[in-house]
Ligand binder design. Structure first.
Ligand code: SF4
Length: 440
């Protein structure tokens, strides 16, 4: 296991408002540029200098270690096996680190939580001891709200079980499959779409189930893209991952392999040079990383992403829009810009799935659109993710975009830009006029 010395750690731093009369084909198009758009519900974006990769997190983790793990060596702390072995998995353990609020205590006193408790010591070092509303703390510490089921919520809102020809394999789109390798995660997110199964021990990376899944993929030539998820695939051993990837890569029609993981955010120690050496044998291999908040963009996470990116692995991010955690333009912009610095392309912003017990995390769709509007044009285009709803019942991802088209006629389209200024774009016409001098 490569050691992360203090010096190396340091060196790693571096709606639209509805018009009274909606636009129509009768609309008088504005012939020239620039008139203000109608006022919007959105607040003006706040321009702030992006934060540097979170130096405070480094200091916070050091202070945390000194206080709670004074005798743990750097070698142990930076070993992913040590981090997994020492996860915080019970209320008694949790109380050692956090002053629990009444709502948090009641979550343990009332019933067994559906989602297990699991937090790595590293991730625990990023949590606030006293503030139960701190964004990262809310994502991993249970609360009473998990026990309430709101209208429309389901245990399996995406209908994955109904599209599962083999246990743990979801075939919803024609040319790609989702293969769940395990149901174990380094840290369990309280809003998990697969809360019905994570930590249950029903999905494991045993040979016979995986053999059947791989057999299905081998016998289905339309499948050109395999997404490995779970649980978290990167919590498997190097040897097991190597075995699975080799079997998939041996199938001629599998063009790309993707891995979904939250490991760089919650267990960055797992990303070792040895792991990257294994992964890069199986290119083209892509990764979708799950980041939720800028506070996860620590020097450790930065180093993990650098190792993966240096291994030639294209990195994208998946972020779930969560109430009180990342549901404002400023936080989301900071997160997306931090990800870009970590060489991770913001890929999806998900409307939180209506999973049973997640009502306290879900925001309105208007909030998501407001955030996209606050990003588009106000930061690099690469930093703007696709905002999607994964349609309940298995309808797949449906993109949502703020409405930038105000109207159209047969000659022009009326558009509104990121500054709420109005522009027209001339459409191609069949009636052409001669331009130029007509020859020498
Ligand atoms: S890491 Fe992914 S699979 Fe695991 S609990 Fe979080 S959202 Fe669910």
């Amino acid at each position: 296991m490569e050691q992360l010395t203090s010096n190396q750690e340091e060196s790693a731093l571096m709606g639209r408002e509805k018009d009274d009369e909606p636009p129509s084909s009768q609309l008088q198009l504005i012939p020239t540029l620039v008139k203000s758009c109608p006022p919007r519900h959105v607040s003006s974006p706040v321009f702030k200098k992006p934060r540097q990769v979170n130096k405070e997190a480094l200091q916070r983790t050091r202070a945390f270690r000194k206080h709670f793990y004074p005798d743990v060596t750097d070698q142990d702390w930076n070993s992913w096996h040590w981090q997994v072995r020492n996860r915080i998995c019970s209320p008694v353990q949790l109380e050692r680190f956090l002053n629990l609020s009444l709502e948090e205590q009641n979550a343990f006193n009332t019933l067994d939580t559906k989602i297990p408790l699991g937090i790595t010591p590293y991730y625990m070092s990023l949590l606030s001891k006293d503030n139960p509303e701190q964004p990262l703390r809310r994502t991993v510490v249970p609360s009473m709200h998990e026990f309430f089921k709101m209208p429309g919520e389901e245990n399996d809102p995406l209908g994955e079980e109904g599209h599962s020809p083999v246990h743990g394999l979801v075939h919803r789109y024609p040319d790609r499959v989702l293969l769940l390798l395990n149901d174990f995660c380094a840290a369990f997110c309280r809003y998990c779409t697969r809360s019905r199964m994570i930590g249950s021990g029903n999905i494991h990376a045993g040979g016979s189930r995986l053999e059947k899944a791989i057999e299905y993929i081998r016998n289905t030539p339309e499948i050109r893209d395999v997404l490995l998820s779970g649980g978290d695939p990167l919590t498997l051993s190097d040897k097991k991952l190597d075995w699975i990837l080799a079997r998939l890569r041996a199938i001629p029609h599998v063009e790309i392999i993707r891995i979904g993981s939250k490991v760089p955010a919650v267990l960055p120690q797992r990303v070792t040079p040895q792991l990257v050496r294994i992964l890069k044998k199986y290119h083209p291999l892509w990764m979708s990383l799950h980041f939720t908040h800028p506070d996860e963009c620590t020097p450790e996470a930065y180093k993990a992403c650098k190792l993966l990116a240096d291994g030639g692995i294209p990195l994208g991010s998946q972020t779930v829009l969560l109430k009180g955690i990342n549901d404002n333009v400023d936080t989301m912009k900071t997160l997306m810009q931090q990800l870009m610095k970590m060489r991770v392309k913001p890929y999806y912003l998900y409307q939180c799935d209506p999973v049973t017990g997640t009502g306290h995390f879900r925001t309105s769709v208007d909030k998501g659109l407001e955030i996209i509007r606050g990003l588009r044009g106000h930061t690099s285009g690469y930093a703007v993710p696709n905002y999607v709803i994964d349609a309940p019942g298995g309808g797949g991802k449906i993109p949502l975009m703020p409405d930038y088209v105000l109207g159209r006629s047969k000659d022009e389209v009326l558009l509104c830009n990121y500054e709420d200024k109005i522009y027209t774009y001339p459409l191609a016409s069949e009636a052409a006029t001669i331009c130029g001098t007509g020859g020498v």
